[in-house]
Design a protein around this ligand. Sequence first.
Ligand SMILES: O=C(O)C(=O)C[C@]1(C(=O)O)C=C[C@@H](O)C=C1
Length: 282
Amino acid sequence: MKIGYLGPKATFTEAAAVLLFPSQPREPYDTIPDCIDAAAAGEIEAAVVPLENALEGSVNLTLDYLIHEQPLPIIGEIVVPIEQHLLVHPYYAPHWREVKEVYSHSHAIAQCRKFLHTVLKGAKQVPMTSTSAAAKFVSEHPHLPVAAIANRLAANEYGLTIVQENIHDYDYNHTRFIVVSRRKEPLSPASPLYAGDKTTVVVMLPQDQPGALHQVLSAFAWRRLNLTKIESRPAKTGLGNYFFIIDIDAPMDDVLIPGAIAEIEALGCTVQLLGSYPYYFA
Ligand SMILES: O=C(O)C(=O)C[C@]1(C(=O)O)C=C[C@@H](O)C=C1
């Protein structure tokens, strides 16, 4: 069965999918929700979608869609280095400094703010569904003064010229991609990229209870469960109502994590398990 990814061909997400599933056929989807829906419907075996970038933070669309709309389990994660380049149609390469519009995914635009502010000051920034959708658009409009921010694969796939390499603002630019699937078993850790196991939970605090978050964190702390991320997102039930997404640096076990969850539930919190899965580092 196929592996779905945020398309079209040559996104960073496809590159991540190739690393995790080198020999499986792949299917591109126009949007992250489309891709997750296809996995939920069983049209594809699993969906690979971006979750978090080191410079720009979470991909809220992925988080919110998984939590509110389509609660599929996370069965794996891969962290991939991200190199952003400026691509133009070969016809326009000699004049690239005159581009009037720059197309890309909003996260990619955000990763290159300093470059855009200094080198392409005044050029309009236009968000697209992905970096390769932007590259495809530029390839289809050879006479427009437009550029895309995308990767080398997209330059090759859509016949564009890289006129500026590595335009992301900070060297440490990595993105986390997750694999979600109807099948509950996590990916097999048998890969040279395997780096450990993680468990992700979503915690909704009871309303107006002093110290509730402190008590939740204590349930992990005294069990010496290391947390690698804690983030709040609106619960979408009213202003000031948030839930917390917590990554625990350990696989689900029989004692420690179930004990922490039971303790947190006893405080009046609601806990949802998003997955316990291996993570890989490229
Ligand atoms: O547009 C792409 O190529 C994607 O795979 C999406 C995405 C993202 O959502 O963050 C993935 C990696 C980069 O951080 C920029 C864009």
